[in-house]
Design a protein around this ligand. Structure first.
Ligand code: 13P
Ligand code: SF4
Length: 306
């Protein structure tokens, strides 16, 4: 089948079967085109609460589909590809934090949303890359244990100097692999271009950037800027989507290594199979996990609006 025909079928079937498609901005362009909503982790979490459909299909990685199920337990939630995990979320388990908790009794445990549902059940509040600074600033407690991303945590610590932020070693291997030399080289190749990076990059890369933000914030920065060329320091798909949106501007990836294999697992045919009931995996979480993990996500939404 041609891409166009598959897309038409997906649009017909999702309507017929009352399915809402949420797609993270790292998904392929042909998937974003047929999604009901696209965006960064925060936007998708909030959207998941309000969609009216009986079924939600999350095109992204597992923690995103779990977040969706936690916020809408009455809905059937599908993940587009059963093997699409997140290397960072899989890095830290509940048991480790349970063991460390007695040492951090006076600390508020802040979990990046890139964590498993099980780990969220013992944390106090979630954050996403676009909401982390605002939320940490709004937490009353000065003492924060920030998990699992020490790079995002370091960025937040720099923006919230009044807080005492402790970090553990964890993070996104793809963003953490970019190094300051990549920034220097990209700047030499593309003179005068602004460098936009995700806060999952290491502090020495973030320090050299002109703008730091979530996937959606990077896209918005490029949309609203009068500049015509940018170096994009996050997953390659973002430069590609921007290039489609602005064919007369230029978007250069900061590093060719910025590829999230998990995000790339979902294909348009996977989406087609999901909407016709032949693919994906339904997210099943027990009631207690949903109730406990929800507190942490609700707190994220509350503190982001304070
Ligand atoms: P965003 O919240 O910026 O979409 O980030 C999610 C993610 O996994 C980035 O690697
Ligand atoms: Fe996880 Fe990194 Fe992929 Fe984002 S880019 S989904 S943090 S592995």
């Amino acid at each position: 089948m041609k891409i166009n025909d598959i897309q038409k079928e997906i649009l017909r079937l999702k309507k017929e079967n009352d399915i809402c498609i949420l797609a993270h901005s790292y998904q392929a362009h042909e998937i974003l085109e047929i999604a009901d909503f696209t965006g960064d982790s925060y936007a998708l979490s909030v959207k998941a609460q309000s969609v009216p459909n009986k079924t939600v299909l999350m095109c992204g990685v597992r923690f995103m589909a779990e977040t969706c199920k936690i916020l809408s337990p009455e809905k059937k939630v599908l993940i587009s590809h059963p093997e699409a995990g997140c290397a960072m979320a899989d890095m830290m388990d509940k048991e480790l934090i349970e063991q460390l908790k007695p040492r951090y009794k006076d600390y508020t445990i802040v979990a990046y949303v890139n964590t498993t549902a099980a780990l969220k059940t013992i944390c106090d509040v979630c954050v996403t890359s676009s909401s982390a600074v605002q939320i940490v600033n709004n937490i009353e407690n000065k003492n924060i244990l920030f998990i699992p991303d020490c790079n995002l945590g370091a960025y937040v610590a720099a923006q919230c100097p009044d807080k005492n932020i402790k970090l553990l070693s964890g993070g996104c291997p793809i963003h953490a692999a970019v190094n300051p030399r990549d920034v220097d080289l990209a700047r030499e190749r593309h003179l005068g271009c602004k460098v936009l990076v995700h806060p999952e990059c290491t502090p020495d890369v973030v320090e050299k950037a002109d703008f730091v933000g979530s996937t959606s914030e990077i896209m918005d920065f490029a949309r609203n800027s009068e500049d015509t060329e940018f170096i994009i320091g996050t997953e390659l798909s973002i430069a590609e989507h921007l290039q489609y949106e602005f064919p007369d501007k230029n978007f250069y990836p900061l590093s060719a290594g910025l590829v999230c294999k998990n995000m790339k697992l979902t294909t348009l045919v996977d989406v087609y199979n999901c909407v016709r009931g032949k693919g994906g995996e339904e997210i099943i979480l027990d009631e207690q996990t949903i109730a406990d993990a929800k507190k942490c996500i609700d707190e994220m939404i509350r503190l982001n609006h304070e």
